[in-house]
Design a protein around this ligand. Structure first.
Ligand SMILES: C[S@@+](CC[C@H](N)C(=O)[O-])C[C@H]1O[C@@H](n2cnc3c(N)ncnc32)[C@H](O)[C@@H]1O
Length: 290
């Protein structure tokens, strides 16, 4: 018996339909990303070759991924990586999927580094709550003279972040450390020029209302306590322990937290406090000077 061959267009239609029944957002784009991944080509190139047929192996690989996405596993976990600041960062369910607004945080940190420390040959930057390592990796890539220190409490996140640093050839300039931001280990004199963090900032009571995809990300990467501000407050209060006088603290926060974040930093004696907006025009980043 001759098995009917199935073209790329037909596979896409089938996947689109399957994902729609499971209420996955942007079904067609998801199906196209997954198929492009199987074929190892760009999305537009894949769409242009709609008449081509998939091999049996390609078809079954594609369908395994479609089924995983149908279970509302984030697309980045299904394909295994997330593009971030021009780097392909490996991700697994043990780390948060890096978000586009965090690219804005990296851009701000680069601006601070380049404008405030133009001559510094050995800038020391600390990334608190590194997760996949995306922020530290992007800063190490963009600031070729900087030395990065990246902390997290999750062993599996630190292991993955280190793997990313090795794969991207940045391990020589990033040191990964296990540290609880609520129980910082005692240190000597402040040593960091810049502290940057995308901390967990979602109020505990709001996590249940988020999409099924977000529920597959680590709770510890999301949960900012009752007010959403616990990690932000802890980092701001602890920053002077590591941040040199005159150094800069940059943090990402959730929509609507800006006023409170600014008030906290003001209260702690930070100066030059400014809030920066994301691409949607929403305040999401704070920059402050110790
Ligand atoms: C919002 S995620 C950010 C991850 C990554 N920096 C990014 O931007 O995608 C927050 C990170 O903080 C870490 N974290 C949560 N609580 C922590 C704690 N008490 N001490 C240290 N890290 C913590 C989580 O494991 C998670 O990796």
């Amino acid at each position: 018996m001759k098995v009917k061959s199935v073209s790329i267009s037909e596979w896409l239609e089938k996947a689109d339909d399957f994902l729609e029944k499971r209420q996955v957002p942007e079904t067609r784009a998801n199906a196209e990303f997954l198929l492009a991944e199987v074929l190892g080509v760009g999305r537009s190139q894949m769409v242009l070759s709609g008449d081509r047929e998939l091999s049996w192996k390609q078809g079954s690989h594609f369908w395994e991924m479609v089924k995983a996405r149908g279970k509302r596993l984030p697309l980045a976990y299904v394909i295994g990586y997330q593009p971030f600041c021009g780097l392909d960062v490996k991700v697994t369910p043990s780390v948060l999927v890096p978000r586009p607004e965090t690219e804005g945080l990296v851009e701000e940190a680069v601006k601070v580094a380049e404008s405030k420390y133009p001559l510094s040959a050995n800038l020391h930057i600390l990334d608190v709550g590194t997760g996949s390592g995306c922020i530290a990796l992007a800063l190490a890539k963009k600031l070729s003279k900087a030395m990065l220190y990246a902390t997290d409490l999750s062993d599996s996140a630190l292991k993955l972040a280190e793997e990313n640093a090795v794969k991207l050839g940045l391990i020589q300039r990033i040191r990964f450390l296990r540290e609880d931001l609520f129980k910082p280990s005692a240190g000597g004199a402040p040593w960091a020029d810049i502290v940057v963090s995308n901390p967990p900032y979602i109020p505990t009571g709001e996590i249940d209302n988020l999409s099924p995809e977000v529920h597959q990300e680590p709770f510890m990467a999301l949960d900012g306590g009752e007010s959403g501000m616990e990690a932000i407050k802890a980092i701001a209060a602890d920053a002077p322990r590591v941040l040199k006088p005159g150094g800069y603290l940059l943090m990402e926060f959730m929509m609507g937290q800006g006023v409170e974040v600014k008030r906290q930093l003001d209260h702690l004696g930070f100066s030059e406090i400014r809030l920066e907006k994301d691409l949607q025009g929403v305040e999401r980043i704070v920059v402050a000077r110790r």
